[in-house]
Design a protein. Structure first.
Length: 575
């Protein structure tokens, strides 16, 4: 069944175009006449065409007044007739009305041809029980109150209006809801086809309201006319883009693209919401908005036609962002002549650096001032947020004649009042010189020199530090022999805490305390539980009078047997 249908479609498409180049004769008819032979001509100012393949059945077309005609066909192979224009147009607005009976396979359509390129096109408004042309739709669009499916078919080495077989495309718009009375704004179909990569040719052949039947029987009684309607322009906004953003203080150029199929554009009005911004009366239709405030705006344009005063409107949204404040800077920045300078800094987002207060080109990086000559040089910096660059802050760089400025120095580690343990302590200092270089940093414990560091980072490691309280000092000397002393840093050094968990009865322990330490002081954390302590050659018992105890001190690295009366924890801190 499907194969038979596809064969019918192919044969139908092959035969439809035969009449387009078989011109038997052209006549001017001014009164009603019934046509049964293949012909083309004019009637009451309208072009008409009739073609029947004569393979079977019968068909006729009766020419009526104006653009009216009626037709009947019975058991034909393929038949088509219609009235319209000898030369079609992309901008034709076509009105049609009447009755149509398509039978099982017939349709009512706006039909015609273009050349350069060779295109055969159909806008099908009504049809019988079979929906042309078959195949898969490329998409849909709406026009004149109806929804249309778009199709593209290719004819290969087929008859056409040129008189020579050729390969060409067929364009189809097929209305999804049938209508025998209505309007076809043909430009809408041209635009819809173009959106699917289906452009029309540049040279137009005939364009008619066509009745067609294929292997079927049916009838029609229809009239074609040029619609007497207001030609409404269309308009779009080409700039700025919808949902784009701008900045306060920037010029926003609004560009409108109005078109009209007939007549001309008289003006285009530009709006911010309901507020008229300005009017353009000649192409290019633009308006430059210079005082937009921060926030979201709805811009719109209204295009008005010259003859009919019909208008079309379109709107879109834009956001105008506020400018950021100037960056936070420290100014002035002072140098001595010949001193080593560093790159300027500022606090802000997406910084841009300049050597001029306005205009100019941003530098590629934050500038490093020159200290070769004395004087004041201004630099400028801005920040950017939301693609908006704000005002520039000024940094004055002052280069003065050289003076012997003492270096600066501070101890960064250890911290003041730090609690440390015995052993090694690393002392670190920051030192700098505004008009020269730091030659060395000396580190002191009180007035005692501990060591010297000559290169940054300036540090010294003090080893063999015993428990106690110390005052640390750093002295920086520059290349001009100027000396600066840091503030004192106090530290407390204690022996590292070591704990031993003892059980009731005898325990063997080793002494980690350096040197010789009084027994009671060393075992002060458990002294109330100590019953007996002894080593290889001495003895202590809490039950003895002091004179009988030979063990009174403990030594670093020695082992001892300790008898306690209850579980306890020894922390080995002498108290």
């Amino acid at each position: 069944m499907k194969q038979n249908l596809l064969f019918k479609i192919a044969m139908k498409l092959l035969s439809i175009t035969v009449f387009s180049f078989v011109l038997l004769f052209v006549t001017e008819q001014s009164s009603a006449q019934t046509v049964t032979a293949n012909t083309q001509g004019t009637n009451n100012g309208w072009f008409y065409s009739f073609w029947n393949d004569n393979s079977s059945g019968s068909a006729s077309m009766t020419l009526g007044t104006g653009g009216s005609y009626s037709s009947t066909w019975s058991n034909i192979g393929n038949f088509t007739c219609g009235k319209g224009w000898a030369t079609g147009s992309a901008n034709q607005v076509i009105c049609y009305s009447g009755t149509f009976n398509g039978g099982n396979n017939g349709y009512l359509a706006i039909y015609g041809w273009t050349q350069n390129a060779l295109i055969e096109y159909y806008v099908v408004e009504d049809y019988g029980s079979w929906t042309p042309p078959g195949g898969t739709s490329l998409g849909t669009f709406t026009s004149d109150g109806g929804t249309y499916n778009i199709y593209k078919m290719q004819r290969v080495n087929a008859p056409n209006i040129t008189g020579t077989n050729a390969t060409f495309d067929q364009y189809w718009s097929v209305r999804t809801t049938k209508s025998s009375t209505g309007t076809v704004t043909f430009a809408n179909h041209v635009a819809a086809w173009a959106s699917h990569g289906m452009p029309m040719g540049t040279s137009w052949n005939y364009q008619i309201l066509e009745t067609e039947g294929y292997q079927s029987s049916g009838s029609s009684n229809v009239t074609i006319s040029t619609c007497s309607t207001t030609i409404t322009p269309t308009v779009s906004i080409s700039a700025p883009a919808n949902n784009s953003s701008s900045c306060v203080g920037s010029s926003i150029t609004i560009t409108a693209l109005p078109t009209i199929s007939s007549g001309s554009i008289s003006k285009v009005d530009f709006y911010n919401g309901s507020t008229l911004l300005g009017t353009a009366t000649t192409s290019p239709y633009t308006y430059t908005w210079t005082n937009a405030t921060a926030g979201a705006h709805t811009i719109g344009v209204i295009a008005t036609s010259a003859a009919s005063v019909a208008s079309a409107q379109v709107t879109e949204s834009i956001t105008v962002n506020a400018l950021p404040a100037a960056p936070t800077v420290t100014t002035p920045v002072n140098y001595s002549q010949g001193a080593t300078a560093t790159a300027l800094t500022a606090t802000g987002t997406a910084l841009k650096w300049y050597t001029v207060a306005t205009g100019g080109t941003a530098l590629t990086a934050a500038p490093t001032p020159s200290t070769t000559a004395t004087g004041t040089t201004n630099y400028y910096v801005s920040q950017t947020t939301n693609s908006c660059e704000g005002p520039r802050a000024t940094i004055a760089v002052v280069v003065a004649a050289p003076t012997n400025i003492p270096p600066t120095v501070s101890i960064t580690a250890p911290a003041n009042n730090a609690m440390l343990t015995t052993g090694s302590i690393t002392i670190t200092a920051n030192a700098a010189d505004a008009d020269g270089t730091v030659s060395k940093v000396d580190f002191y414990n009180g007035t005692t020199l501990l060591g010297t560091s000559s290169t940054a980072p300036y540090s010294f490691t003090w080893t063999g530090v015993t428990a106690g309280t110390y005052t640390l000092t750093a002295k920086a000397t520059d290349n001009k022999a100027a000396v600066t002393t840091s503030s004192n840093v106090s530290i407390t050094v204690t022996a590292p805490t070591q704990t031993v968990v003892l059980v009731t009865g005898w325990n063997i322990i080793g002494c980690p305390l350096s040197g010789s330490t009084n027994l009671q002081s060393a075992l002060s954390s458990i002294w109330t539980n100590v019953a007996t302590v002894k080593n290889l050659d001495s003895f202590y018992s809490s039950a003895n009078i002091p004179a009988l105890n030979s063990l009174n001190t403990v030594q670093w690295g020695q082992g001892y047997l300790v008898n306690v009366t209850a579980p306890c924890t020894l922390d080995w801190i002498a108290r």
